[in-house]
Write a protein that binds this ligand. Sequence first.
Ligand code: ADP
Length: 483
Amino acid sequence: MRILLASSEVHPYSKTGGLADMVGALGKHLARAGHQVGLVTPLYAGIREKFPAMARFGNPLQLMLGHQPTTAEIWALEPINGLTIYFVDQPDFYQRPALYQRDGADFPDNAERFIFFSKVVAHLALTLPWNPEVVHAHDWQAGLVPLLMQEEARLGKTGQGRVLPRTFFTIHNLAYQGLFPISRYALTNLSWSHFTAAGLEFYGQLSCLKAGIAYSDYVTTVSPRYSKEITTTEYGCGLDGFLQDHQAKLVGILNGVDYEEWNPETDNTIQAPYSAADLNGKAANKAALQEEMKLPVDANVPLLGSINRLVEQKGVDIQLGALEEMLGADLQFVLLGSGNPTFEQAYVDLAKRHPTKVAVQIGYNHGLSHRIEAGTDFFLLPSRFEPCGLNQMYSLRYGSVPIVRATGGLDDTVIDFSESPESANGIKFSEYSSTALARAIRKGLAIYDEPELLEHYRMNGMAADFSWSRTADQYLSLYRKAP
Ligand code: ADP
């Protein structure tokens, strides 16, 4: 098939979260399966310098953004056979040190930046010489793509003999909706007939996410459980009714893990490789992590870890509460994360008060994120909601037993003893409270005290297989199913 993907972040070029991992891996696996794949993404600061092999593609584009003719150049890079990354080069919009925010606040021109991005994607979808038959847009930043394509086609702007590609939209996180004041709508150059409750209007605002849902042939979420949850008031972020209306085209497909990136047997960012057959390296990684994080090096103390965007979604409040409760016990905890300054400060303070038990690194650190998976005994992810979650799947493969709240993708991927003693690979709890998390941590410590049981959990976790080939196959059958 000929497939065009569009995403505002793609690993290894840009990343703030799981979206980048997912889209990077999807592109790679579809191309490896023999399909022709293009992937459109903004050219942020530093990417061209890091990937100098990219070359100019075609002539500069000029598209209307409201009344403003706006130009972009496209750069193309072919990292593997069959996969072309198209970088949208619009320096005023994308040459910035961060993707979406400065000092914790969204850039004031994010509407311009991502409406323009969506316009470029729609244009490429209809003009690329290899004639994509499927266009798969991700998250609100690309939410307008299906509608913009329809409009271009309606105005007769599709190339001769071309049919409108089928459109797919993936919600990676319903909480981020790309909401903008009505005054920004003019930037889309779309007819006002779409600005309705059934279209892209949300309580008087423009919702880029709603556009993706309303106008694509299929909508997917990144786990089956989350596709059900978002049709409920509790998880629907105000869109539950709207999503119920579109339920017939809503499908949950669990993200895969890129085991080329996340494999303790071949990971060159960790101290010592290891496998389920030989766990010796795990101990060396634990010691190295304790040393790196300046904690006492002690093979016997259970080491818990967490890697996260420090935002409410991730259950930061109950994690802080549970740690306060549990720090009397013999354990250590390491955290890597960044986000809300109040949460950052709370962790820094916790580490100051418990320097021999808690170590915190605020910031983004790719290598350390791997070393935490490799060095810890348990991994905490007590999310309030979790569309898929990747870290729990990484920790399963690294033999770090996940302790998670039973929601979204966490519930789909972690198996608790109560569900199946034989296949248990982690600990799940339901109630969103510090007490419930502390109880789950206590269960973890009890498992740690029984080496055979710990081994049972680890072996089950390391054997769990969330390979991308299965995920890519599911997307392919959906691509084929569309009208
Ligand atoms: P989300 O997309 O909501 O942030 P996911 O679990 O889907 O959550 O994906 C998070 C990804 O980002 C994982 O690959 C994780 O390792 C990575 N990550 C998050 N915070 C950091 C950080 N501070 N440093 C390095 N990697 C991080």
